[in-house]
Ligand binder design. Structure first.
Ligand code: GLN
Length: 253
């Protein structure tokens, strides 16, 4: 079984290792005996067919400016896929552009593609530092934020995490982080995000599997043995994930 994973704008929207999310997804897919075909989409590329999961990262305001016109060209493809429950994860800069608009602190308005019913306003103060956010659905999420844009959720959209306990998340007032609409997730958390937050990785994989008509029940622990140490691959992955999360939870802002 192969899943096609699309990385949006890997050349211009990929900061703080956001493309590492793709590596985590690919690795974790192998635990379910699924191989990942990674497709990078950059400006002017042909739009690929039959995509299972779409990923997008963050970028400077200038990077967002660079890709915005191309994003408009592919917006109906993305909107249709979102409506058809394709799982997506958009981090920071692309999270903002999946909303209604991003008014930058320089007074420019970048209209978004309106998959998320959110608005973003650039402020002079950047929100920078480690974040811990509690999500009813996904448990404790950890990551790192760096953004001038502050995002407000409007109607019919839920936060990804309801309570931020360290850092800001969406904005300085609401104490929530990210958003979820159908199978599309938006977040301010870099990290990379997925290696430290496997509940999200598994959820994306599960939603993609459901779209293909099957449920993932078991992770294949047999197939992946660490050669010398006799611990299986899954144990290794979980060990490092757990350690990374423990460290992240102790970090100061
Ligand atoms: N340029 C946007 C902002 O500053 C997004 C930043 C990011 O992707 N980290 O808000």
């Amino acid at each position: 079984m192969e899943f096609k994973v699309l990385q949006l704008y890997s050349n211009d929207m990929n900061i703080y290792g956001d493309c590492g999310n793709i590596l985590a997804l690919k690795r974790r897919l192998t635990l379910y005996n699924i191989t990942a075909k990674i497709i990078e989409y950059n400006q002017g590329d042909a739009w690929p067919k039959n995509i299972d999961i779409i990923m997008g990262g963050g970028g400077q305001d200038s990077g967002q400016n660079k890709i915005i016109n191309d994003l408009y060209k592919i917006s109906s493809n993305l909107q249709n896929l979102a409506q058809n429950n394709t799982p997506m994860l958009m981090v920071c800069g692309l999270y903002q552009l999946f909303g209604k608009f991003f008014k930058t602190k320089d007074g420019e308005t970048l209209n978004g593609i309106e998959i998320f019913n959110i608005e973003t306003y650039g402020k002079d103060k950047r929100l920078i530092g480690n974040v811990i956010a509690k999500s009813n659905q996904f448990g404790t999420l950890v990551g790192y934020e760096n953004h001038s844009g502050q995002t407000y959720l409007l109607d019919n959209i839920e936060p990804l995490a309801e309570l931020v306990t360290l850092g800001a998340g969406n904005n300085e007032q609401d104490k929530n982080e990210g958003c979820i609409y159908k199978n599309c997730l938006g977040t301010y958390l870099h990290g990379s995000f997925l290696p430290k937050n496997p509940t999200i990785t598994d959820w994306l994989i599960n939603q993609a599997a459901k779209n293909r008509g099957f449920n993932l029940t078991t992770i294949n622990t047999q197939k992946y043995q660490y050669r010398a140490k006799g611990i299986n691959y899954l144990t290794g992955v979980e060990y490092f994930t757990k350690r990374a999360r423990q460290i992240a939870k102790k970090l100061k802002r």
